[in-house]
Design a protein around this ligand. Sequence first.
Ligand code: FES
Length: 66
Amino acid sequence: MLVCHCKRVHCRVIRDCARSGAEDADDVGRMCGAGTGCGGCKPLVEKLVEREQAAQPRSESIAPAA
Ligand code: FES
């Protein structure tokens, strides 16, 4: 689904950003440009990041002890 119409960014790209370390919509904007146009998609970008973080806990939090 196309989330950011200004920058033509799909939800898949935003989820990839979240998996690569983006913690909020501003991080996603720096990584792929989503939300850096009119800003209208930023609430949805934020929601997608939150959903991805909830689905995929950070690797350091689940890494086995050495
Ligand atoms: S729709 Fe994403 S910045 Fe305008």
